[in-house]
Design a protein around this ligand. Structure first.
Ligand code: NAD
Length: 316
C-alpha cells in the first residue's frame, strides 16, 4: 500500500517518524514538499533508521509518484507561529491561518486528485476542518478527513487519567466540534470502565480545587496546548505526528476503529469531529454521544463558527 505525505516540515517529518516507528502496516511512503531538497533530506536521514522497522519503505517524490496511493496526508502550510496565531486571547485561534493555507490547498489538492483520484485525503494543516471542506470541494469527491479533535481528545484523556491516577487508555472521553478554540469537552459522557468521570472526580478529592476549577483548568490546558508547546519548541508537531500515524494505521488495516475525527457532517453542514468509525474508505459512520444541554449548545456553536469560516473562505 502506498501513502503520500505532502509537506516535509515539522508535522510531515513527525508523521513519517511515527509511521516508521509504529511499523505495524507494510507500506511505501512518498514524501513531497515544494522544497524538494527538504523532502529528500528527511528521507535520506530516516531511511537508514527505518531499516530497523522493515515494513515501511520511504521515497522522496513528486505528484506523479502518488499514483495508486490509498491515503495522502497533507501537512503543508504555515503553522501558528509563522502565521501569527499564538495569542490565547484571540478567539479566532488557528482560523487566522485559513486564508493563507487555503491558497496552498488550492494549488496542492487538484494536483493530488489528478494522479490519485481514489486516494483518501487526510487534512492535518491548520485549521483542518474548514480546509477539509475546501479539499472536498477541490477534489470533487467526499473521501476527505480532518485530523480534527483526535489529538485534543488524547490530551483530554491524559489530563483526566493523571488526575485520577489511572491508565489514559482506560479513559473514554471525547473532545468534539472544531479543532480550535470552540472545541467542546464532553464531560457528561466521560467514563473510566463505565464509571462516570464526574463521580470519580467528586470522590478523588480535588487537591484544594473544586471539580469546576479542575474542569476549567483541563479545558484551558487542552484548548491552548498548541500555544504552550510553541512557547517551548516553536511548533507543535510530535503529538500530531503520532496521531496521523495512528489514523494511517487504522485506515490501512481497515480497522473500523471508533475515534474522534473530522468528516463532513450533513446535519451540521460542515466538517467537524465526533466519534466516527474509521476504515479503508474513511469514515463510514458517525456517533453522537449523549450530551448535556450545555454541551449540545456548545457543539451547535462550534459548528456555526466553522460554517462562518467556510462561508468567509468561499468569498475570499
Ligand atoms: P512547517 O513550516 O515546519 O512545514 C510546512 C511545510 O509545508 C514546509 O516544509 C513547506 O515547504 C511546505 N509547503 C508549503 N507550501 C507548499 C506547497 N504548495 N506544496 C508543498 N509543500 C508546501 O510547518 P509545520 O510545523 O510542519 O506545520 C504544518 C501545518 O500543520 C501547520 O498548518 C500547523 O499549524 C499544522 N498543525 C496541525 C496540527 C493538528 O492537530 N492538526 C498540529 C500541529 C500543527
Amino acid at each position: 500500500m502506498k501513502v503520500g505525505i505532502i509537506g516535509a516540515g515539522g508535522v510531515g517529518a513527525a508523521s513519517l517518524v511515527s509511521l516508521v516507528a509504529r511499523g505495524t502496516t507494510a507500506c511505501q511512503v512518498i514524501v513531497l514538499d515544494k522544497n524538494q531538497a527538504l523532502a529528500k533530506g528527511i528521507v535520506a536521514d530516516l531511511q537508514y533508521g527505518a531499516t530497523l522497522s522493515p515494513s515501511v519503505q520511504l521515497r522522496a517524490g513528486d505528484y506523479a509518484d502518488l499514483e495508486g496511493a490509498t491515503l495522502v496526508i497533507i501537512t503543508a502550510g504555515v503553522n501558528e507561529k509563522t502565521g501569527g496565531a499564538t495569542n490565547r486571547a484571540d478567539p479566532a485561534g488557528r482560523l487566522r491561518l485559513l486564508e493563507t493555507n487555503a491558497g496552498i490547498y488550492r494549488e496542492i489538492v487538484p494536483r493530488v486528485v489528478a494522479v490519485a483520484p481514489e486516494a483518501l485525503l487526510l487534512v492535518a494543516t491548520d485549521p483542518p476542518d474548514p480546509l477539509a471542506d475546501l479539499t472536498r470541494q477541490l477534489a470533487g469527491h467526499p473521501h476527505v478527513l480532518s485530523s480534527g479533535t483526535f489529538l485534543d481528545s488524547q490530551r483530554f484523556r491524559l489530563h483526566v487519567a493523571r488526575h485520577l491516577n489511572v491508565n489514559p487508555k482506560q479513559v473514554e472521553a471525547q473532545v468534539v466540534g472544531e479543532h480550535g478554540t470552540s472545541q467542546v469537552f464532553l464531560w457528561s459522557s466521560a467514563r473510566v470502565a463505565g464509571t462516570p468521570v464526574a463521580a470519580l472526580l467528586e470522590q478523588s478529592g480535588q487537591k484544594g480545587q473544586s471539580v469546576e476549577e479542575f474542569r476549567k483548568e483541563v479545558e484551558q490546558d487542552v484548548r491552548y496546548a498548541n500555544i504552550t508547546i510553541i512557547e517551548g519548541t516553536g511548533a507543535s508537531r510530535l503529538g500530531i505526528g503520532m496521531v496521523t500515524a495512528r489514523i494511517t494505521e487504522a485506515i490501512l488495516r481497515d480497522e473500523q476503529a471508533v475515534v474522534p475525527i473530522g468528516s463532513y457532517n450533513a446535519k451540521y453542514g460542515v466538517t467537524l469531529s465526533l466519534p466516527s468509525v474509521l476504515g479503508r474508505r474513511g469514515v463510514s459512520r458517525v456517533f453522537e454521544p449523549e450530551m448535556s444541554e450545555g454541551e449540545r449548545a456548545a457543539l451547535e456553536r462550534s459548528a456555526s463558527v466553522l460554517r462562518s469560516a467556510v462561508e468567509k473562505m468561499g468569498k475570499a
